[in-house]
Structures are given as structure tokens and as C-alpha cells.
Ligand binder design. Sequence first.
Ligand SMILES: [Zn+2]
Length: 295
Amino acid sequence: MSTKPRLARKSLAEGSASLVLREMKIEGPRVDPEDIATRKGIVVQPKPDSIDGVSGMLVKAGDQFGIMYATNIPSKGFQKFCIAHELGHYCIDGHSDALLSNGAHYSQAGFRSSDPFEQEADYFAAALLMPELTFRKEMNRHDPGLTCVEELRKACETSLTATAIRYSGLTRDGVAVILSTGATIEWCFMSEGLKEAKGVLIRQVVAGQPADQGGIRANDVVVSVDGTAVEGPRDLQRIISSTPVGQSVKISLMREGKEQQVAVTVGAYQTAPRVPRRLVPPAPGPRQPSPQPPR
Ligand SMILES: [Zn+2]
């Protein structure tokens, strides 16, 4: 029997889905997991409502496999995902040996289980239903953001959650998909772009100052100045303070997920010699009005 991996093997699961798509010459954007199962000789049926809390089942009797999927959530996208999840257990190396020792596996599909086998089947399902190449092409046709996820969901006929997670896995932009219940974050998927994100977030721009005049806005993230990468506030301060007053610098920044460039003229303010803090006399505080006696 296969032993359970400690962590989900995402690339193994996604690779296994790509192999199925290649073998069956399926490109998407719409992939029919029921058709794939049927072509593999697996019987697919809706699951009776009496089995609660289960998104689907993979069953084995002799050499025959069967898939049952939940219909209590009336979303075609989610139902397709449930079928694809079971196909994942059927296709990923070691899953059927590990999960079908007593003939049936009960699933919790939809990125809500912490079980590595369940997560692998979810990664398989997302990769199967949203083939990478077609998904990327469709993704590039739209501006980054939630509207793009909606368009991708429509094109692939998938669930919003699965589409958003797949999007976070394939986009180069900084994206996080977060599910929270009340004040608790259940899970968070971050794009590689976000994990590697460096730069300085501009929280506020003072009107009339060089940054404002150069076109920098609040919430921009400065990533480089004149081609030198800015990894944090210290880098930005060092680069700007070593630039002569009046010289223009080219600033690359991320704005609403897109890279932009602006030119900013370095003002005197940034390069003024700094007085060491300990030499600065304490500033007089505002005068407090004398307390008035109660009338
Ligand atoms: Zn499962």
C-alpha cells in the first residue's frame, strides 16, 4: 500500500492531469470530466443525497471503477470539479492503492481538506478542467483581476473558487485568493508573483511634491529606480539620497497588477543632510489649554 505523503505533491498531480489531456488530445477551454471517465471505462453517476458532507466517491468492485458526485450544490462547475477530483484519485500514482483498500473512498473536494491525498486530487481537478496553455491564452486576453477570473470561469465552465486558485497558480501578477469565515482565514493561495514581491508600497503621496508631479499614486509599489531593483524602503532611500537634486530618475512600479514607468525629478527634500536624531532638540508641544474649573 502507498504511504500518505506529508505534503501534497502539486506538480505530480498537475503533471498527471496534463498527461490525461495529452493522451486524449483535449485542449479546452471546456473539458468534460464525465466524458474522460467514460472513455476510461469508469461509470459516473450522481450521488444519492443521503450521504452528507461528501463531495463524491470513487468505488472499485473487481476491476470496475465507478465515480459518484454530489448534486446538492447546484453548480455545474462544482459538479464537474467533484468528478475530476475522483478522476484524480484514479489517475495519480498510488492513490487507488492507498484509498480503495475497502472498495470505496469518500471525498471532500474543493480545496477544503488538509489531507494531502485530497489536495492532490484537487490540484489534478483544477489542472484537468483548466488546461494550462488555453487558460494562459484566455488569461492574457483580459486585464488582471476578479473580472478576468469571472471570464475564465465562464470560458472553462468551472467553479469560481477553483478558477481563482488556478489563476493564482498561473498568473505572473501578485494575487492572493483567501477564504475566510468570520475573522478566521481558512486558507490562502498566493501567486508566485506575490511570494516574490519586492518593492516599496507607497501609502501616501503629498500633493505638489516631486513624487506627485511625476505621477506616483498611493498604493503604487516601487520595484526599481533607473533599473536598480528596490527590495525595501532602505534601498529606495539609499538610491534617492545618492541622486543629485534636479536629476530625473525612471521609476518602475506596479499599479493595479500592471507594471508602469514614471519619471520623477529628485527634489531637495530627499537629499537634505539629515541631522542625527539625538542632536535635534525636542519640539515644543502644542500649548495645552488650562483646565477650566467646572461651572
Ligand atoms: Zn478524495
